[in-house]
Design a protein around this ligand. Sequence first.
Ligand SMILES: NC(=O)c1ccc[n+]([C@@H]2O[C@H](COP(=O)([O-])OP(=O)(O)OC[C@H]3O[C@@H](n4cnc5c(N)ncnc54)[C@H](O)[C@@H]3O)[C@@H](O)[C@H]2O)c1
Length: 424
Amino acid sequence: MANEVNRRSFLKAAAVAAGPAVIKARGANDKINIGWIGVGTRGDYGIRWLKEAAPNDVQLAAICDTCGPYITRGIANVQKTWGNTPATHKDYRELLADKSIDAVYIMTPEHLHRNMAVDALNAGKHVYLEKPLAHTIEEGWDIVKAWEKSGKICQVGTQNRSSMLYRKAKEWIAQGMVGDVHYARAFWYRNSAPNEPAWRYAIPPDATPENTDWNRFLGPAPKRPWDKRRYFQWRLYWDYSGGISTDLLVHQTDIINFMLDKTTPASVVASGGIYRWTDKDDDRDTGDTLSAVFEYPDKFQINYSSYFGNVRYGYGEQIMGTEGVIEVMNRQDLYFYPENYARVPANVKARPPIHLNGKADFNEVDGVQGHFKNFIASLKGTEKPIAPPPIGQEAAIGGHMATIAYKNKKMVLWDAAAKKTKFV
Ligand SMILES: NC(=O)c1ccc[n+]([C@@H]2O[C@H](COP(=O)([O-])OP(=O)(O)OC[C@H]3O[C@@H](n4cnc5c(N)ncnc54)[C@H](O)[C@@H]3O)[C@@H](O)[C@H]2O)c1
C-alpha cells in the first residue's frame, strides 16, 4: 500500500512537467539552442547522436568542459557534425547564464549531476541528464524537487525505455504471454585483456594539471591533490561513483521496472568485491564483482549479477514467468520462449518462440536515438518525456540501495513513507 501511494505520488509529479512547457517559437527558422556540459566519452558520441536524432530542430550553440584537450576535440566535433563553432566554457554556470540557451545536455561524472541539474533547472533550462540521476538518494530528491518547481522538461538518460525491443517486451508481458511474473534475472558481464583493466579508460596524453581544472572536477567531492586517474577513471572511486550499481545496474533495474510496472524495491542484499583487478598499483575502490537480490513489495524478486572477468553471457534481462521467458540480450535481441516442462498446458506449449532483432526489425542500435528524439519532441510539445526525474530516481534508488548494502554488508530496506533507506 505504501508503495502504491509512493507510485501515485511519482506519477502525479511526472504529470506536472509533461504538459506543454516547451520552447517558445521564435520564428519559423529558429532552432532549439542546446548547450552541452561534459564532452568526454559519452558527450563526444552524444553530440553526433543528437545530429542524427534531430537534424533540423536543434542548434548546438555551446559546449562546456573542464578538460582542455576535450574542449579542443569538442569544438572540432561540433564543427564537423553541426557546421558551426560553438561558444566554449570551463564553468558551467557561465553557460547557464547565457539566455539564448534553451536546453542543456549534462554528461559529466555522477557526483556533479545534482548541482549541475538543479542549477540548470533553476536557470530556466530544459535538461537531458545522464544516468544515474544523482550520486546519492538525497541528491536525487533535490533534482526531483527542482524539476517540479521549474516546470521544465527533464529527461534522464536511462535510454532503454526508448528501445523498441523493451517496449515490445512490455506489450507481450501485459498480454500475458509469460503468465504470472514473480522473478527476473539481470546481468552485465565484461572482460578485457590483463593490460587493460576494467574501467581504467585511456587518459588523454596531453592532459595536465594546468589544462584540466581539478577543483571544478571535484566540485562537492572531498578535496585532494590532482590525480589524473581519479579525474579520467572516476567510476573506480566512491567519491564520484556508486560503482557497478549506479553505473550499469540502474539501466537494468530501470527497464525491469518499466516492463513490469514496478517502482522501488522493498529490500536489497548485495555482496561482491574487487576480485579480478587486484594489481598492487591499482587503487580502485569500486568492485568488479557484484551480486544483488532485490525484493519488491508484491512478491517479486530480481536476481542481479555483474562480473568483469568473463563475458560469455554478456548483458541481459530475463523475465521468467510461469508460462514462459521474455529476454532482451545485449540490447539487441528480444526472445520469447514458451515453458516446456512435463505436462505443460497445451495452449502454453503451442505458443511459438519468437526472436526480434533491434537493427533488422526496428532499425535501431539501442534506445539512445529514440531517447534523444523523445526529449526534443517534448521540447516541441509533441511528446512527453519517457524518463522524467521521478522515474530516474526510482531507477537510481535501487542502484544506491545495492551500493549501500554492498559497502555495509547489510540488508537495506526502503522506507517509502520517509523516502529513504534504513537497515534491518
Ligand atoms: N546512458 C548510458 O548508456 C551511458 C553510457 C556511458 C556513460 N553514461 C553517463 O554519462 C556520464 C559521463 O560519463 P562518461 O563516460 O562520458 O565520462 P567521462 O569521464 O568520459 O566524461 C566526463 C566529462 O565531464 C567533464 N567534466 C568533469 N568535471 C566537469 C565540470 N565541473 N564541468 C564541466 N565538465 C566537467 C570531463 O572533463 C569529461 O570530459 C555519466 O553520468 C555516465 O554514467 C551513460
